[in-house]
Design a protein around this ligand. Structure first.
Ligand code: NAP
Length: 288
């Protein structure tokens, strides 16, 4: 039987609707949650991501400001902009779109964002909180995936989870979140030996590699839950995930599509984190 396809768009719409009561609580205090989006340069993919995020803000009552900077912006100027946004009480969340131009050290910029306004959850304080199992802002993509798994009733306790990719924005936080839910977690990367042998053990397989159709049917355990994080542009202009969708759907039990899977959940989590940041800034209880 082909895999059930997980509708990320529908789940994301539910998640976006669930922030409404938070927006209303803020409105009762005459506060509008505000997100500042900083974009350096004119990378077309980044421009599309930023447009989607700004549209999602408008749809959910979050005010957003785009801070477009030239591609040759100096690191000091970008840091000044971040520090100015840290001080601005109308700005509750700051997002610096990655990747940054080569002359800028991403880690330095991320560290400059106030942890309370770090809606991406990439500040070392928030990543440290995740490692320690403390409250903090959780990166949007893995947080969105955990919500997808919960919504589908995917059992994690005692199951084998394999994360393909070890980036700080997806792979590593994903592994920590799965571990928190008592899965037995393996993280794979470009140096992993006998990769298919490892991935075939996975009850839950998360692919965040950045290579189109990298995960083949032979790499998937029959009935597994396969989460495709990848967004890859094919030569003909279409998008493809990291998973060979047509082949893997014949083997997996549950599968996310690209587009329409993890992507919309990531954007919805960003809105969730921005509203949460605004609620916490005025001492209100955060969202669930
Ligand atoms: P990244 O920083 O480039 O990391 C890719 C990871 O894949 C690295 O850990 C790399 O290993 C590993 N890898 C590369 N080739 C491999 C191979 N042949 N075998 C095994 N592992 C391999 O990418 P990322 O930022 O995590 O993003 C991954 C993908 O997800 C991209 O397509 C990105 O566009 C997409 N993405 C989507 C969303 C969304 O919302 N849908 C959000 C974020 C990212 P090494 O560490 O050894 O180099």
């Amino acid at each position: 039987m082909p895999a059930r396809i997980l509708d990320g768009k529908a789940l994301a719409a539910q998640l976006r609707a669930s922030v409404k009561p938070g927006v209303e609580r803020l409105a009762a205090r005459s506060i509008r949650p505000g997100l500042a989006v900083v974009l350096a340069g004119e990378d077309p993919a980044s421009q599309t991501y930023v447009r989607n995020k700004i549209k999602a803000c408008a749809d959910t009552g979050v005010h957003s400001d785009l801070h477009q900077l030239p591609g040759d912006v100096a690191e000091a100027a970008l840091l000044d902009r971040v520090r100015m946004l840290n001080q601005d009480p109308r700005v509750h969340g700051i997002l610096v779109q990655m990747p940054l131009p080569k002359q800028i050290r991403a880690a330095t910029v991320l560290e400059a964002i106030s942890p309370a306004k770090d809606v991406d959850g990439f500040h070392p304080a928030n990543l440290g909180a995740l490692v320690a199992g403390l409250a903090g802002v959780v990166p949007c993509t893995p947080a969105g995936i955990m919500r997808m798994l919960a919504a589908e009733g995917v059992v994690l306790e005692g199951r084998s989870a394999v994360v393909l990719g070890r980036s700080t924005i997806v792979g590593k936080p994903m592994a920590l979140l799965l571990l928190q839910r008592d899965a037995t977690v393996t993280v794979c990367h470009s140096r992993t030996a006998r990769l298919a042998d490892v991935t075939r053990q996975a009850d839950v397989l998360v692919a965040a590699v950045g290579r189109a159709r990298f995960v083949t049917a032979a790499m998937v355990k029959p009935g597994a839950c396969v989460i495709d994080v990848g967004v890859n542009r094919l030569e003909d202009g279409r998008l493809a995930g990291d998973v060979d969708f047509a082949a893997v759907r014949e083997v997996a039990g549950l599968l996310t599509p690209v587009p329409g899977g993890v992507g919309p959940m990531t954007v919805a989590m960003l809105i969730h984190n921005a509203v949460n940041a605004a609620l916490r800034s005025c001492g209100e209880r955060g969202l669930d």
